[in-house]
Design a protein around this ligand. Structure first.
Ligand code: COA
Length: 208
């Protein structure tokens, strides 16, 4: 398995892996918006100048990735700038399941940082956006990939990087803790669910 940074030609593969992985992620919402939405999402992410996406691939293609940004505010700005494109990309999912409109509006208000918007996560600074590993891949280097991502962002001199994990995804929270993350905050979301904000410090304490 090789590691490399993603480029614009990877948007479809990232969307495919994200769609597949998030279906087994408890509490996940983005996959409800469908593959087409995710493809536009990653095209925007890949064009964002502060973004960083590390992929693991072999001759069969991409099996996993970690996406992030050095500046969340700039990534949110890119999503705001492309809101029409993103909205159009949700139409197939909305036609299939109109009830997702409520969740969509809540996230729209958050991304636009409207007063009283429900807070879904980090709005500033460096952020781990998504970590995905295809469960059908025989060789599993998900943890090595994640640590490589941390090493790369810390090599740029970051003091810390944050991420968000839903409480339903408790196995992954404990995996992050095992790798050195700390839970620094919690947010209340729809249906009394909690989302934890985790942080990795650039203090060489991560495992491996
Ligand atoms: C998150 C994700 C990338 C993790 O990858 P994974 O390969 O499924 O991770 P695993 O749970 O198999 O754990 C990987 C390794 O860490 C070990 N591990 C897991 N939890 C551990 C813990 N708490 N303590 C010690 N070791 C642990 C596992 O035993 C495994 O080791 P092995 O490879 O030697 O068997 C993957 O589950 C995924 O794509 N999930 C859906 C998307 C998601 O939830 N992303 C996170 C939110 S952004």
């Amino acid at each position: 398995m090789n590691f490399r940074l993603a480029n614009k030609s990877d948007a479809s593969a990232l969307a495919r892996v994200h769609y597949k992985c998030s279906k087994r992620q408890k509490g996940s919402f983005l996959h409800e918006l469908g593959y087409f939405f995710l493809k536009i999402y990653y095209l925007i992410h890949l064009q964002h100048k502060n973004g960083i996406i590390l992929v693991a691939e072999d001759e069969q293609g991409i099996h996993g990735f970690v996406s992030g940004t050095f500046e969340t505010q700039e990534l949110l700005k890119s999503f705001r700038k492309n809101r029409i494109k993103l909205f159009l990309a949700t139409l197939p999912a909305l036609v299939k399941s109109p009830k997702i409109i409520t969740k969509l509006i809540a996230r729209y208000n958050f991304i636009h940082q409207k007063t009283n918007a429900m807070q879904f996560g980090i709005t500033q600074g460096p952020k781990i956006d998504y970590w995905a590993w295809d469960p059908d891949t025989k060789e599993n280097v998900s943890v090595i990939l994640f640590k490589r991502f941390l090493n790369i962002v810390f090599a740029f001199g970051l003091q810390s990087i944050k991420g968000e994990i839903d409480e339903d995804n408790n196995n992954i929270i404990s995996l992050h803790k095992h790798m050195g993350a700390q839970v620094i905050n919690e947010l209340n979301m729809e249906n009394n669910r909690k989302r934890f904000i985790i942080e990795y410090l650039n203090d060489k304490k991560q495992v491996g």
